[in-house]
Design a protein around this ligand. Structure first.
Ligand code: ZN
Length: 206
């Protein structure tokens, strides 16, 4: 792509670094912004900078939060003895939307993936194991997507907490293998949380 303006070329390059955005789309977005009032660009870049500079991670569940202890963890109506293990905030949002879960979450920040050089130490597994050791959790619900990485991560955590008095379950799969949690419809996802099955029997099935 030949540009007559270095400024435009730089903007297009930066926008095209975002996932799913090719050079053509990036050019269309850059030209769109140029047609809009200058304010709109300031609001966009301001929101992104604030997100980047001010974002916090909940000290307990590691979910993205504006405050040190997130709204879910600090809500006295939630059942802190039941913890749902998820990959990231999109899963928290999906499960919250079902309205079927009143426990807390633990956000791992990813899945174990040797291909992408993500090991257990890159995730918040140690802090989850620590919570289990403290004996405050009665049940851990694994709600990672049923990919090989998800299964590996579940199994790794399961091994780490074996021997502690905690029940482990996994969300029932109305969800096809390989489907990401965030795309499951609310009714199916809600039902799969209510109909969760013991983790050990899920291992025998696969
Ligand atoms: Zn939290």
């Amino acid at each position: 792509m030949e540009f007559s303006s270095k400024l435009l070329e730089n903007a297009v390059y930066e926008i095209s670094q975002l996932p799913g955005i090719g050079k053509r789309t990036a050019l269309r977005l850059a030209l769109h912004l140029l047609k809009q009032p200058e304010d709109q660009t300031s609001h966009l870049t301001g929101a992104l900078l604030n997100l980047r500079n001010q974002i916090k991670f909940c000290s307990s569940c590691h979910n993205i939060s504006d405050v040190a202890l997130c709204e879910i963890c600090s809500n006295p109506k939630r059942d802190e003895t039941v913890v749902c293990v998820v990959e990231d905030i999109r899963d928290v949002m999906a499960i919250e939307n079902t309205g079927q879960f009143r426990g807390l979450y633990h956000v791992l920040g990813g899945k174990i993936s040797p291909m992408e050089c993500v090991g257990p130490q890159d995730l918040t597994i140690a802090s989850l194991v620590e919570k289990v050791k403290q004996g405050k959790i009665n049940e851990l619900i694994f709600a990672l997507s049923s990919t090989m990485e998800g299964d590996t991560t579940n199994f790794y955590i399961f091994k780490q907490i074996e021997g502690f008095s905690v029940k482990t379950s996994t969300i029932a799969r109305g969800i096809a293998v390989g489907d990401e949690l965030e795309y499951a419809d609310e009714v199916t996802l809600g039902r799969s949380i209510l109909n969760r099955i013991p983790f050990e029997s899920s291992m025998k099935m696969s």
